[in-house]
Design a protein around this ligand. Structure first.
Ligand code: FAD
Length: 337
């Protein structure tokens, strides 16, 4: 178990999917996000790195970047999300469109409902616009969930919950947004973005939350080029030797800061409150304070941001080094919101 967790944390598991791109940003970033949302272990490298050159050489001549290389040797060239979904499993079963219950959202709430619905013998379909796990997949180490004394990564928790629901007979459809729910003749019809309509006796909505934005337009333009919402664990290895700013003062921010501190030179936690204890659990506050390369700036808000990045904080000011919108591997600074 300990070795499996270590392999998971170090992306050394044998099922790792490789992404090869010309830069960290653009479609290569979207693909990393997609695989992260599917809780698929993956590793990114630049096409002009030794590893990238070897992977490109193993693909058909003239293959279009970015490439997605699966452990069984399959290579997808600049794939769509639907192609990734099919390649990673979970395509919709076109022969079945009637279910007792359809669950919208495969985060922890949707997965729990799938386990209990399917275990009671209900024909159950779970639909998610991403993959499994919802927000939990970006959690590096969940320590307050019952039954895991040393904690568990959100991704592993989601994978286990997915397997559990699947063993009970639940069906899954990924990369499909539910666009409409209608009632006709006492039946419920759920429309999917690419795969038609499904019928159900009951629909359970487990769509979680969507993130509030910082409201700094210039930083929105840099999403994927050094600015990330949600503290995706898959981005952490790219932060080696860099300075990272984490904006937020609750548990997700604390957890992200601790995870990023294993890679970054320095992590600065930017918090609006006057005390970390206002929003963060005690076990995280103690870990944050004990980590040498995390510093905390209390009573601050991000007021302004620029492409050549200077993030200006209300009350306090930092001039941050250049952040290229093209996100070359040499970017010195990143912000996680
Ligand atoms: C970095 C981070 C660390 C965290 N750490 C912890 C922790 O240590 N302990 C803890 O208790 N909690 C933690 N949390 C919070 C926890 O992850 C959330 O409370 C939990 O994921 C909420 O589950 P949910 O199923 O309600 O919603 P979500 O996880 O938000 O899942 C909702 C799902 O619905 C899907 N969806 C939305 N709209 C549609 C649509 N129209 N069609 C199809 N699908 C749709 C989304 O794609 C998503 O997958 C953390 C969160 C983050 C971001």
């Amino acid at each position: 178990m300990v070795l499996l967790e270590w392999a998971e944390a170090n992306r050394a598991a044998p099922y790792t999917v490789h992404i090869v791109g010309e830069s960290w940003t653009g479609r290569a970033f979207e693909l990393r996000e997609t695989l992260q949302q599917c809780a698929v272990s993956h590793h990114f490298c630049l096409a002009d790195s030794p590893e990238g050159r070897a992977l490109v050489a193993s693909a058909p001549a003239g293959a279009r970047l970015p490439l997605v290389v699966f452990p069984d040797g399959r290579v997808l060239q600049n794939p769509t999300n639907l192609e990734i979904s099919r390649a990673t499993g979970g395509p919709i079963d076109q022969n079945q469109s009637d279910f007792d219950v359809i669950i919208v959202g495969a985060g922890p709430a949707g997965l729990s409902a799938a386990v209990y619905g399917a275990s009671e013998g209900l024909s159950t379909m779970v639909v998610d616009k991403g993959g499994i796990g919802g927000q939990a997949t970006s959690s590096s180490l969940i320590r307050n969930y019952l039954g895991f004394p040393r904690g568990i990564s959100g991704r592993l928790l989601a994978q286990n919950a997915y397997s559990q629901a699947w063993v009970f007979g639940a069906n899954f459809t990924f990369m499909q947004t539910v666009t409409d729910i209608a009632r006709e003749d006492g039946q419920l019809f759920v429309s999917l973005s690419d795969c038609g309509r499904l019928r159900a006796s009951a629909v359970l909505l487990a769509m979680g939350v969507s993130y509030r934005r910082l409201g700094v337009p210039a930083l929105e333009a840099l999403i994927g080029a050094g600015v990330h919402y949600g503290g995706s664990t898959s981005e952490a290895p790219a932060m080696v030797g860099r300075d990272v700013f984490v904006v937020g003062g609750a548990n997700s921010a604390g957890q992200s800061a601790l995870h990023l501190a294993q890679y970054a030179r320095r992590v600065t936690l930017v918090v609006r409150a006057r005390s970390l204890r206002d929003g963060m659990s005690d076990y995280l506050v103690r870990q944050v304070r004990a980590t040498e390369n995390i510093q905390t700036r209390l009573g601050c808000e991000v007021a302004v941001g620029e492409g050549s990045i200077a993030i200006q904080l209300l009350h306090q000011y930092f001039a941050i080094e250049q952040l290229s919108p093209h996100g070359s591997s040499g970017d010195p600074t990143s912000a996680v919101v």
